[in-house]
Design a protein. Structure first.
Length: 520
């Protein structure tokens, strides 16, 4: 008991008592609502200004700044949602159920707190993780790494193209020197030409001569496949060479090709080709595509950063709003049966004992309460019916007893233990008050008839008392009997009887005197 008493009279700090007092008065939550709205507006403006300033610089926000802005904007927004849910809870409780809505408010607060705290932690972690990843992938080191990889891949393939070009130039010089000494139709030229192709690690070569019609004809060829009809040099490449270019080098996934003039005035050209490394070519193309995609992603990094944080903001608010809605629905489901029970209890209190609560009667607490209430009202109805029947019987007995008492010629008075009148029949009223109507129930017998009250107080079972009624002296024969709660007094007016007895006695005396006179 002492521990419970000390707990119940715990002295809270003064500031906490002031907060509770302000909350009871309703001013606290109004202040919190205003502060939340003002804080949200301030953080919104601050975020807007910060984003605009960073947009002009073209830089990304740091992870710390982004997380601070996101949390600073999200906390007052969540508070606004929770306070809005509180207002909705109070309004729904007042309109639909006529209560104070405390359970609604508590459930909204608890559910919102359960949803908001993990959400804030996840938002901070996700924002920080995303920003850290963005800062890493879009840093100067990452950009330099990708550019160096692209340069390496491109340099490798460009070096292969330059090698083919160098070999083609040297080969063209050697062939030009040889042709100045031997004709192209000599057997030694074919051997020399094949040696040049193999020694320079070329896979294919051809000596082309442009005719008068501008068409290229093959004068000599070294091709393992023996394809002499394929067009190896395009008109665009010949046009570039005729315009003064020293050499044209082209490449695709299969080979690297080079065309160089041996004798430009005579229209003699050398075509040389080397099979390319498909993996190196594809890696070079992939490196270029990755760099292009990286550049596009870099240009969209701020947009992605903004979208990600906006998505976190909206998802967090949606989660808190969903928790508020679920809390309201859950509170309605839990509170409505309780308010129905309250209304039913009021109806039962007003006398409607046949009322039964409908709704949930399952194994949960609400169903158990409904079943207990229905059993209680059924038992009350049964007992009430029995009580009404008993009262009816008592009323019938009372009416019977009153009828019996009214038919009795003697006066009857019932007293309680304090000497107050509980019942007085009409005969007693006529004898004591000379009037009919409601008896003086509740009055003291000593006020009505001190003589009878004195007889009762003396403890005698019977006696004769004199009662002055309007100047007439009545002689009453009183009989007193005790019961469990008081006394029952029965009395009769024997005044006439005594008078008749006296008259009879005097008549007898007169008759005897007359007899003596007549018979001396």
């Amino acid at each position: 008991m002492s521990r419970a008493a000390s707990t119940g009279h715990r002295h809270w700090p003064r500031w906490w008592r002031q907060v509770q007092l302000a909350a009871r008065r309703g001013n606290f939550f109004a202040v919190v609502e205003v502060v939340s709205v003002v804080a949200f507006l301030i953080m919104t403006v601050t975020t807007w200004v910060t984003l605009n300033s960073q947009a002009k610089k073209g830089a990304l926000l740091s992870s710390d700044v982004t997380a601070s802005l996101l949390v600073g904007t999200l906390v007052p927004a969540m508070a606004i949602l929770v306070l809005l849910g509180r207002r909705m809870a109070l309004r729904r409780a007042a309109e639909n159920m006529g209560g104070t809505g405390r359970m609604h408010v508590r459930l909204v607060f608890i559910f919102s707190l359960i949803a908001a705290i993990p959400t804030l932690l996840v938002v901070v972690f996700a924002s920080w993780l995303f920003q850290s990843g963005v800062e890493f992938w879009f840093s100067d080191n990452s950009r330099g790494l990708l550019e160096n990889a692209n340069k390496l891949a491109r340099g490798y393939y460009e070096q292969a193209q330059r090698d083919v070009g160098y070999e083609t130039v040297a080969m063209a010089e050697d062939l030009g020197t040889f042709l100045s000494q031997e004709p192209i139709s000599s057997p030694s030229f074919a051997e020399f030409y094949s040696y040049q192709v193999v020694n320079r690690k070329l896979t294919e070569s051809a000596i082309l001569q442009k005719g008068g019609d501008g068409q290229m004809r093959t004068a000599a060829i070294v091709d393992p496949e023996g394809n002499t009809t394929r067009r190896r040099v395009s008109a665009e490449e010949i046009k570039q060479l005729d315009s003064g270019e020293d050499m044209v080098v082209s490449a695709d996934a299969n080979k690297i090709e080079a065309v160089i003039p041996i004798d430009r005035p005579a229209g003699i050209y050398l075509y040389a080709a080397r099979s390319s490394d498909l993996l190196a070519f594809s890696q070079g193309q992939r490196a270029q595509n990755i760099v292009k995609a990286y550049e596009v992603l870099t240009s969209r990094a701020r947009v992605l950063q903004l979208r990600f944080n906006v998505a976190l903001f909206v998802a967090s608010l949606a989660l808190v709003g969903l928790s508020v809605w679920f809390a309201l629905r859950f509170a309605d489901r839990q509170v409505k049966p309780l308010y129905r029970l309250v209304d039913a209890a009021r109806s039962v209190g007003s006398g409607n004992f046949s009322l039964r609560v409908e709704g949930r009667t399952g194994a949960d607490e609400i169903g158990l309460l409904n079943r207990a209430f229905n059993r209680m009202t059924a038992q009350i109805e049964k007992q009430t019916q029995a009580l009404v029947g008993a009262n009816q019987q008592l009323e019938e007995r009372r009416a019977f007893m009153e009828a019996v008492l009214e038919s009795v010629t003697a006066g009857i008075i019932s007293l309680d233990g304090e000497g107050n009148v509980l019942l007085m029949n009409s005969t007693a009223q006529k004898l004591l008050f000379d009037r009919s109507g409601p008896g003086p129930v509740g009055l003291s017998l000593a006020e009505i008839s001190p003589q009878i009250a004195g007889l009762v107080d003396s403890g005698l079972a019977r006696g004769i008392v004199q009662y002055n009624k309007g100047g007439d002296l009545l002689t009453l024969a009183v009989k007193v009997s005790e019961d469990r709660t008081g006394h029952v007094i029965t009395f009769e007016d024997i005044t006439r009887q005594l008078l008749d007895q006296r008259q009879a006695a005097w008549s007898d005396v007169a008759r005897r005197i007359a007899h003596e006179i007549k018979n001396p």
